[in-house]
Structures are given as C-alpha cells and as structure tokens.
Design a binder for this molecule. Sequence first.
Ligand SMILES: [Fe+2]
Length: 248
Amino acid sequence: MRVAIISDVHSNLEALKAVLEEIEKDNISLVINLGDLVGYNANPKECVDLVRERKIISILGNHDRAATELKFAEGFNILAYQALVWSAKTLSNGHKQFLNSLEHTRVLWDRYLLFHGAPGNPDAYIFYLFQAKKVFNYMRKKTPGVRIAFFGHTHHPALWQRDIRGKVSKVEISENHLVLDAEQMYLINPGSVGQPRQRQWKASYLVFTNEPETVHFRSVAYDVHSAQNKIREAHLPEYLAERLETGV
Ligand SMILES: [Fe+2]
C-alpha cells in the first residue's frame, strides 16, 4: 500500500492543491494529514473543506487547537498569533467543530503512530536528539510493537532512527527512496506543505510504502505568488508572504 503523508498545510490552498494533484497521479491509496491545517496563510476554510471532502485522515495540530480555543495561542509568536486570530474569525462553527473533533495522537493499523508535535502534546517539538530519544522511549513503553511514528510541527523534513543497540541518530535525507530496516524504530517528518522552512519554497510531503517499508521525501512546485497575494489582500503580516518565497 502506498500512503501519502502531509503536514502543516497552514491554510495554503495553492500548495495543498499542488500536492494533491501529484498524489492523484501516483497510485496512492490513502492520505494522512499530521495537523496544522490552519494558521499563517489565507485559505483556512478552503483547506479544511478540501481535506474533509477528500476524506484525508487528520490529526490535531497546535494551530488547529488554538483556532477553536484562543487561549492555546497565548504562547505563539506575535505573527503566528495575529494570523491565528484572523483564522479563528474566518472559520465557521462547522469548521471549528471539525478541527475540535480531531485526535492529537492515533495508532493506525496497530503499526504506525501519528501525532503532530510529540505524543499527547501538539506543542512539543522533535528537533534535537534528546527529544527524539524521549519519544522513542515513550513508544517502547506505551505503544510496544509500534516501530514507526509520523509527526510534523517543525516544518522540516526529518528521519530519526533507533537501532537495535538503542543508539538514536538523525539520517541524512534526500529525494531518493529509502528502505527502512525491519529491526529499527523510526520517527519520520514529511516537512510542511504550506510553509516549508528548509530554505526552499516548494511544498514538502512524503510517500510511504509498507511492503517493503520505504520512504520517499518529495517536494512539488506551486503558485507561491498567488498564495502571497492572498496574504496581502487579507492584510495578514507581510512577513508571512515573504517567508513563503524563501522557505524560512
Ligand atoms: Fe505548523
């Protein structure tokens, strides 16, 4: 089975559509969204509608949660906060109910753990080695038998591995297929569709195949200028438009 994993769409409709078009050409049976459908960019309603229409399995992100309850945005930086307040005003109650119904952690097919930031906490990050170790330890205790977790939140594509000795390391990633080792554990981040931060502007996502288990990090060009124009028309902070082009 081929599964597409997307994350951090952040109301960028142009980027989401471009990724879904690529996915349609690619014999994909299922799409999974690891959260942060809304926030930052200018099409929150349209992105929620599209994800619901396509029956994409979705996990709750910290921006999704904050859009339904603003107190969760108090720790956001000021630009993220401004965009979040705008998103919360723009979304209908129906959209918010949908976001509110999403789980923050889920085990798929008894084999794959899905979460946004860290298990049980959409605000926590896996950026550094100690954070990856903590999540591997959580998995060994709480979800034994699950070797692979998919997460988002950092907006950086990443692949962490834990080998049979217990050594945790970050694997260099490329756009080639990478076959996973059946003895090892993995934490895998597809990067961000709608606000990539790895100093390139294309929408990032991932294709995962289960037999054998392989990952394929991918990116696709989209109409970034249209997304930028919408941010300006909505009077959202100018930096949110600028950063899309530089991928920061
Ligand atoms: Fe995000």
